[in-house]
Design a protein around this ligand. Sequence first.
Ligand SMILES: [Zn+2]
Length: 146
Amino acid sequence: MKQKALAAIRDKLLEKRKSILQSIEREEGKKIILAKSKIINGDRVDEANMLSEMEVYGRLEEMERKKLQGIDQALERIEEGIYGRCVVCGGEIDERRLLAIPEARMCVFCQTVQEKMRASTGGVHGKSFSQSHSGPNQAKCSCLKK
Ligand SMILES: [Zn+2]
């Protein structure tokens, strides 16, 4: 990959990282406000509401944290000089794809396979599990070590 493209992707990742951190902070802030309002009002209805709202914020935050993780990993891969390689097949990921989704870890082909697996009933450990693990990579998959 060209240095120029890589630099642009790095900038994008850093920018995304910043905005995610900000939104996590916002979620945290909302939780604190909720907790405080609970102390003031303190009745049972409020408590139930708060718990479900907290749960929503918690879930949002978890999603943001997952995104953040992906971005951090991408930045690490840039540092290591292995950015742009598919983590599954080792092939090069299309540059246009990386510009659109800088945290992409898989090439289009592997991503499609994964999505199909997830979409099928039972997910990774369902019907498609044995099909997807019949190749030479069988020993490498962590799902089988359980
Ligand atoms: Zn691949």
